[in-house]
Design a protein around this ligand. Structure first.
Ligand code: NAI
Length: 465
């Protein structure tokens, strides 16, 4: 028997945008229904950031042990080659995902958010019909928040299916492929490609551009490229994936045709907003390119319909979606909030890691900003050296406006640098100047001292270089 309910707020999607919005709405006393077709947690938690970081963690541990066979420089020696049971690794990774999924479900429950499990489809801007296990449920809402996320972009001539996989399948492979070919040397391709290399697979990466990680400048990507080469990952840059035939990827590179045998072909050529399959066309919203158009309050062109996260534009990052969730829900509650960050930092969990916040020196120049920048190498940082993170070309870089020393960018490449993201974001968001970074007593011995030293160097008086 079809049922109809009404609610003040309906959220479509239980990813980091939608579930954070649900929790915040509950805190603000807004009656809320959240519709999710899968488990709450979304791409990030169920089939993206978290499971990939879990696999990367195991891969690094395994690789470290493999390098200790016969004795390593730090004195650790293993007498036998370590083994890997991929099915158990994947099962362990699932326990991490389950814990977080359960945690999110409990947080929503505590805030009295009603989670409706099933695929929702809008019939007009304020009405959503959900196919639940108990039949059809129609939800009529005063206000709607769209957080439908994104899906992996497919190559039309090499569609997903069989041995052609996306990151979702790559995170749950029951056994390791002997030969993994990756299309796309972006975030996902290199994070997962590096992990599978550490697991011992033969990994080949095919990238259409003539460089890896096109979002970052050469200085930041150089250590990553050096690691890939040293680790034996075959990189084909300026190479176009043409077809997948008889277990071989056909590639065109410099006018030549290459055939690369692949047991699995991982396609990571970007993500696109999920704009199909849930009735967007019935809602009468404005679009901007492939994204739903919103203003700084996260409102769409339709009164009372808000949208956030991957659905509304780049960067498609968890923390951006969550930040937009706060803005949208607080506006729905009657507050006046705008989404206007100074910067949205990004971390790439490659080997070594890259973290970037704000402008690089080249980006500042392109915007006509006269900037000063300075780099401090990890090779001169005690903490980095003591945890074998001093080699490999890692560094921290600060970029500041020349006129007033305002910090407009902070970047780093090196082992464990993802944990520097907090200081980077805080500095750029709060409008710190170089003197603030230089005048802050940074704890010794930590990698954060490289931020202090980079600022001192930009001011012309570094201590340890
Ligand atoms: P991406 O946009 O990072 O990289 C895609 C790469 O594929 C580009 O280098 C592009 O030149 C290349 N490419 C496109 N078509 C090609 C073709 N036909 N042949 C060869 N190369 C081709 O996309 P990716 O890695 O799929 O990640 C998608 C998004 O997911 C990222 O932009 C990011 O927003 C998010 N993400 C974030 C992570 C993080 O924060 N650590 C980790 C993973 C993903």
């Amino acid at each position: 028997m079809p049922q109809t309910i009404t609610t003040r707020l309906l959220i479509l999607g239980g990813g980091p945008g939608g579930y954070v919005a649900g929790i915040r709405a509950g805190q603000l006393g807004i009656e809320t229904v959240l519709v999710e077709g899968d488990r709450v947690g979304g791409t990030c938690l169920i089939r993206g950031c978290i499971p990939s970081k879990a696999l990367i963690h195991v891969a690094s541990k395994f690789d470290g042990m493999a390098h200790a066979v016969g004795g390593a420089a730090d004195g650790i020696g293993l007498s036998a080659t370590p083994t890997l049971d991929m099915a158990r690794t994947v099962a362990w990774k699932e326990t991490v995902v389950d814990k977080l999924n359960g945690g999110v479900a409990a947080l929503l429950k505590r805030q009295k958010v009603r989670v409706v499990n099933g695929w929702g489809k809008f019939t007009d801007a304020k009405t959503c019909v959900v196919e639940t296990a108990d039949g059809e449920l129609t939800i009529k809402a005063e206000t709607v928040l769209l957080a439908a996320g994104s899906v992996p972009a497919a190559l039309p001539h090499i569609p997903f299916g069989g041995d052609v996989i996306s990151s979702t399948e790559a995170l749950s492979l029951p056994e390791l492929p002997k030969r993994l070919v990756v299309i796309g040397a972006g975030y996902i391709g290199l994070e997962l490609g590096s992990a599978f290399r550490k697991f011992g697979c033969e990994v080949t990466v095919v990238e259409a551009l003539d460089r890896i990680l096109p979002l970052y400048d050469d200085a930041l990507t150089k250590p990553v490229k050096a690691w890939l080469e040293k680790a034996g990952v075959t990189l084909h840059l300026g190479a176009k994936a043409m077809a997948f035939e008889n277990g071989e990827l056909v590639v065109e590179k410099n006018g030549e045709t290459l055939r690369l045998p692949a047991d699995k072909l991982l396609v990571t050529v970007g993500r696109r907003p999920r704009t199909q399959g849930w009735g967007l066309e019935a809602m009468g919203l404005d679009m901007t390119g492939p994204f739903v158009k919103v203003n700084a309050r996260m409102e769409t062109a339709m009164r009372g319909v808000y949208a956030i996260g991957d659905l509304v534009g780049e960067p498609m990052l968890e923390h951006k979606a969550a930040a937009q969730a706060h803005v949208a829900v607080e506006n729905i509650a009657g507050q006046t909030r705008a989404f206007a960050p100074n910067a949205i930092a990004a971390v790439c969990f490659t080997e070594p890691e890259i973290v970037s916040c704000g402008l690089s020196p080249a980006e500042a120049e392109a915007l006509g900003i006269e900037a000063i920048s300075a780099v401090f190498p990890f090779a001169a940082n005690g903490r980095a050296l003591s945890m074998e993170a001093g080699d490999g070309g890692g560094f921290t870089r600060v970029v500041a406006r020349k006129s007033d020393h305002r910090v407009i960018g902070l970047q780093a490449v090196g082992h464990h640098v993802s944990e520097l993201a907090g200081e980077f974001c805080m500095s750029v968001e709060m409008g710190a100047v170089l003197e603030d970074l230089a005048g802050t007593i940074h704890v010794h011995p930590t990698l954060s001292e490289t931020v202090h030293e980079a600022a001192l160097r930009a001011l012309g008086h570094p201590i340890h270089i």
